[in-house]
Design a protein around this ligand. Structure first.
Ligand code: XMP
Length: 517
């Protein structure tokens, strides 16, 4: 745990918990999200400068109302309840809650009538705020002042400064709320006394000391995938312990053009570590022979990856022992894994992460476990990783296999790889790389008739997919200018093998997903 000032966010299961955490970090304050029923002693032990209670899909009046210990309201640390968090607070302090009579969803005009609290002083009267609730507080608990209201919501914000308890019915963490960031900053700086001591420099310094202490003279093994998370994990470990770090890069033959070479160049040239690259493509292609079902492809690739990695680890272990295994787990993975129970499995992601516990390591090291993606990138930049790696778009663990509909063979992967390289070049040339969060090509499996020269062709159809998105959970298709699309299409048909047709995917997510498989 970093020794910065810290805010604890109690997660009641609301969809915006992660967003609250990001806003607090962006404001320069370290925070952690804990489950709502975390024992009070554990919260006290974290010595928070403030607590934030998140929203929830549940009702405080329902039988399944998520529990939290009401004693946290008297801990001494300031508390900000957001949506359900405020209702929970009001419920436990003797306020009145009403259920489901006046739902509000979307942008709502909120009248800020009192601003003596340090919380809402930057909110303009009549600010547009994001609401998403069925229940509401109809009477504030004793000792509280009402700071704001809307047409449907008599208590849109409330405060009891003497007990340092605050609540807002709207969502200041959502960008649609006007001056929402200022409200969060008001809570942190005016009420909790934050000093803004969370920065990537302080993180790197502390983490390096901590890693040196924990690892001592031991050796560490890390799987490098070429993605941002494992690259930053490698960079930070190499800075901390240099040659005690061994990285294994498994080339499954499903990488994009030049990716394997780039990993070697970056890490062998600029970082002190041992890099082992394993060409396991024969194994992967033979296991994938005849397989067309997307989830089976993922399972086969995940299992083969673990097998190859574990074999390398065993070999290295035989040469004198490696005590620690490192992984590039990030904070969204941590928050989600505590939450995902019961969620429908659309695609089995993260299939490459699960190594068997029995490959014999003394400990697991996850240096970026508490960081969000933008923080991971900032750390990577400060540690000297090249821009194209730090800003690399997400690339699925199973690689090009899930962009090759139908059977995965070397020839078919070559078509996807060539078209993908052309797309990436043209997007960069058009200056669109930072505006489109993910872009890719898909070998659709459809063949169609065309003419080339004087002859008839019956060849492959490539689909181009390019999306804009904040979080990859929902996305829109990118409005790439026609001229750029024209160049992409003509180059793919001319330069990629056996393609005579290119189509552009204009579906949002949902209902489609970003990848085709
Ligand atoms: P979908 O296709 O579900 O993708 O809209 C959302 C994001 O997840 C990536 N993705 C994967 N990442 N293993 C991964 O590590 C996978 O099996 C996988 N499938 C999809 C996808 O590229 C997008 O960024």
């Amino acid at each position: 745990m970093p020794d910065n000032q810290r805010v604890v966010i109690l997660n009641f299961g609301g969809q915006y918990c992660q967003l609250i955490a990001r806003r607090v970090r962006e404001a320069g304050v370290y925070c952690e999200a804990l489950p709502h029923d975390t024992p009070i002693e554990k919260i006290r032990a974290a010595n928070p400068i403030g607590l934030i209670l998140s929203g929830s899909p549940a009702s405080t009046l329902g039988p399944d109302a998520p529990y939290a210990d009401p004693a946290l309201l008297g801990m001494g640390a300031p508390v900000l309840g957001i949506c359900y968090g405020m209702q929970w607070m009001a419920h436990h302090l003797g306020g009145a809650i009403e259920s489901g009579t006046a739902r509000e969803y979307g942008r709502v005009t909120v009248r800020f009538t009192k601003n003596t609290s340090g919380l809402t002083q930057s909110m303009p009267d009549g600010a547009s705020c994001w609401m998403s609730h069925a229940d509401l507080v109809t009477r504030e608990p004793e000792g509280f002042a009402v700071l704001a209201s809307s047409d449907n919501c008599p208590v849109a914000a409330m405060a009891d400064p003497s007990r340092k308890l605050y609540g807002v019915q709207f969502h200041p963490e959502v960008t649609h709320t006007e001056r929402g960031r200022d409200l969060i900053n008001g809570f942190l700086y005016n009420i909790c006394g934050a000093s803004g001591d969370w920065s990537m420099e302080s993180f790197i310094k502390q983490k390096i000391t901590e890693l040196r202490e924990r690892i001592g003279g031991g050796r560490v093994l890390l799987g490098l995938s070429g993605g941002v998370d494992s690259a930053v994990t490698a960079a930070i470990l190499s800075t901390a312990i240099g040659g005690q770090l061994t990285c294994v890069y498994v080339d499954h033959g499903l990488m994009r053009k030049d990716e394997t070479e780039q990993v070697r160049e970056v890490f062998e040239g600029h970082f002190d570590l041992k890099l082992i690259q394993v060409d396991a493509s024969d194994l992967f292609f033979s296991r994938l022979e005849g397989v067309t079902e997307p989830e089976r492809k993922r399972k086969i690739i995940g299992a083969a990856f673990v097998e190859v990695f574990a074999a390398e680890a065993a070999k290295l272990g035989g040469q004198g022992g490696i005590e620690f295994l490192a992984q590039g787990t990030t904070y969204p993975d941590v928050i989600e894994s505590g939450q995902a129970a019961g969620a429908a499995v659309i695609k089995s992601h993260h299939n490459v992460g699960g190594l068997p516990a029995n490959i014999g390591f003394k400990g697991l090291i996850e240096p970026i476990r508490m960081l969000f993606k933008d923080e991971v990138r900032a750390v990577g930049e400060r540690l000297g990783l090249p821009e194209q790696l730090v800003w690399r778009q997400p690339f699925p663990g199973p690689g090009l296999a899930i962009r090759c509909l139908g059977e995965v063979t070397r020839d078919r992967i070559a078509i996807v790889r060539a078209s993908d390289a052309i797309l990436r070049e043209e997007i960069a040339k058009a200056g669109l790389a930072r505006d489109i969060q993910q872009y890719l090509t898909v070998l659709t499996g459809a063949r169609s008739v065309g003419v080339m020269g004087d002859g008839r062709t019956y060849e492959n159809t490539i689909a181009v997919r390019a999306v804009t998105t904040d979080d990859f959970m929902t996305s829109d298709w990118a409005r790439i200018p026609y001229d750029a699309l024209a160049r992409i299409s003509s180059r793919i048909v001319n330069e990629a093998p056996r393609v005579n047709r290119v189509v552009y995917d204009i579906t949002t997510k949902p209902p489609a997903s970003i990848e085709w498989e």
